[in-house]
Write a protein that binds this ligand. Structure first.
Ligand code: NAD
Length: 491
């Protein structure tokens, strides 16, 4: 599979003959390479997917038959959990226990959509009540066609699963374009799909650069649906490309999610959820609660405890036992995060702890967990996504002020509130302009529930039944059942 693409059920070389080095972010060493695909490879993959959709068995199978293949994929993923987790650690840098969670969740996503595929056998046809007795109308759900999926590097296999599992459950064929930084487990997923009995051409993987293969996929006229997860600037480009032939798109984009902490909170629990909200996965999480708003009376004590605990985080390579913060994914992300920290300082914000490369790490893209205070509400560091282990903390005086500050953002992916006063939490949860809200926690999410953002954080929802709907078309079938002539032109 090294330097190969998976097209039409075959492992093939890219017609470009070019490769991309795969670098371990903990050591900065090249340990593998992937094919750098091109437009011709995307043409071949789309043709294979088109053929599999138009003439192959997959879309015509019963939901139960498709569900059985997805269940088998979940089973193989579970059997290979530690092996795949170890690949993610080397490729992405995350600590091994986090990678194990990812693979467990990936298997769980395939299992969940196996169930929804089975349900389609009974739920994909609905009789509609209409007022005219001579007619009857049913609504059927059908696979949307050939789907293209473009994904980021922060949860390599899990982000693939969020698109691949519902698309396959719906009966679509597809082309997956993983991030050029972390493509290895997507290639293993192709191997797993084949072992599970997926017909050739239904699932294709084309690795390579976003502006080459990603763009070719987004612009391809034979792709019916495009699902993208990544940054706002690229999402916006994708939307423009898809507009050329009015492709159906869904976008899962960035965020700068707030967490409001009221003073009646248990301070230890608040500190723990803030840390989990912003340092998990090195802060490279779209829903990361990177703006923390703390009620004024609790602010000094909370900052003190947060700094104390943050300084204790064990930094190191993801394969070392006890490590809670690994390196950032690549040199580019490392430079971006350090530049963001410099910009925060230049704009007048104060660093409470962290702020640079940790001591004792000659090699590796490590950044200290960093806490900023004293920034302006309209400052770059408070408003823009950093996608690293950097949290900005501000104080507030009233509930109204906290809600206003939380919603003062161009993003609206997630938000969280912590208080012992549950009616207040529910009130604040309703007031947030965000697609995902946590009460007295931050980040845990389940594949049964919808995921996606308001405002510039995206369009549409993934996961749950909403995720399946992304890959289904809705068709009404209306029959005229009367023997009477219609009698408009011919009396
Ligand atoms: P990115 O936008 O740089 O890249 C995402 C994908 O798009 C990659 O596969 C890349 O190769 C491809 N791409 C890049 N340029 C392209 C182009 N011109 N045409 C087509 N494809 C192109 O994002 P990233 O750096 O990989 O990931 C980080 C971003 O993803 C963050 O902004 C984060 O918030 C977001 N994200 C969002 C979610 C969510 O569910 N909302 C989840 C994870 C990550």
């Amino acid at each position: 599979m090294q330097n190969k693409l998976y097209i039409g059920g075959q492992w093939v070389s890219s017609s470009s003959n070019e490769t991309v080095d795969v670098i371990n972010p903990a050591t900065e060493e090249v340990f593998d390479s992937i094919a750098s695909g091109n437009e011709a490879d995307i043409d071949a993959a789309v043709a294979a997917a088109r053929e599999a959709f138009d003439n192959g068995p997959w879309p015509k199978m019963s939901g139960a038959e498709r569900g059985a293949v997805l269940r088998k994929m979940a089973e193989i993923l579970t059997e290979r959990l530690d092996e795949l987790a170890a690949i993610e650690v080397k490729d992405n840098g995350k600590p091994f226990p986090e990678a194990q969670w990812d693979i467990e969740d990936t298997a769980g996503t395939f299992e969940f959509y196996a169930g929804l595929a089975e349900e389609l056998d009974t739920s994909s046809e609905e009789v509609i009540d209409i007022p005219e007795p001579r007619f009857s109308t049913t609504v059927v759900k059908e696979p949307i066609g050939v789907a293209g999926a473009i994904i980021p590097w922060n949860y390599p296999l899990l982000m693939a699963a969020w698109k691949v599992a519902p698309a396959l459950a719906a009966g679509c064929s597809m082309i997956l374009k993983p991030s050029e930084t972390t493509s290895l487990t997507a290639l293993h997923l192709a191997e797993i799909a084949e072992q599970a009995g997926l017909p050739p051409g239904v699932f294709n993987v084309v690795t390579g650069q976003g502006r080459v293969v990603g763009q070719a996929l987004a612009e391809h006229k034979d792709v019916d649906k495009l699902a993208f997860t990544g940054s706002v600037p690229v999402g916006s480009k994708i939307m423009k490309m898809a507009a050329n032939d009015v492709k159906n798109i869904s976008l899962e984009l960035g965020g700068k999610s707030p967490l409001i902490v009221f003073s009646d909170c248990d301070i230890e629990k608040a500190v723990e959820w803030i840390m989990f909200g912003v340092f998990w996965n090195q802060g490279q999480v779209c829903s990361s609660t990177s703006r923390v708003l703390v009620e004024k009376s609790l602010y000094p004590a909370l900052l003190e405890r947060l700094a104390e605990e943050t300084k204790k985080i064990t930094i190191g390579p993801g394969d070392k036992e006890g490590v809670l913060l690994g390196p950032l994914v690549n040199k580019n992300q490392y430079d971006n995060v350090l530049q963001a920290i410099d910009r925060g300082v230049a704009d007048g914000a104060k660093i409470l702890t962290g702020g640079g490369k940790p001591e004792g790490f000659e090699k590796g893209y490590y950044v200290e967990p960093t806490i900023f205070t004293d920034m302006e509400e309209d400052s770059w560091i408070w408003q823009e996504e950093i996608f690293g282990p950097v949290v900005c903390v501000k104080s507030f005086e009233t509930e109204e002020e906290a809600i206003r500050m939380a919603n003062n953002s161009r993003f609206g992916l997630a938000a969280a509130v912590m208080s012992k006063d549950i009616p207040r939490c529910k009130r604040v949860a309703k007031a947030f302009r965000a697609g995902i809200v946590w009460i007295n926690c931050s980040q845990p999410t389940f594949c049964e529930a919808p995921w996606g953002g308001y405002k510039q954080s995206g369009i549409g929802r993934e996961l749950g039944k909403w995720g399946l709907n992304n890959y289904l078309e809705t068709k009404q079938i209306t029959s005229y059942n009367s023997d009477e002539a219609w009698g408009w032109y011919i009396k």
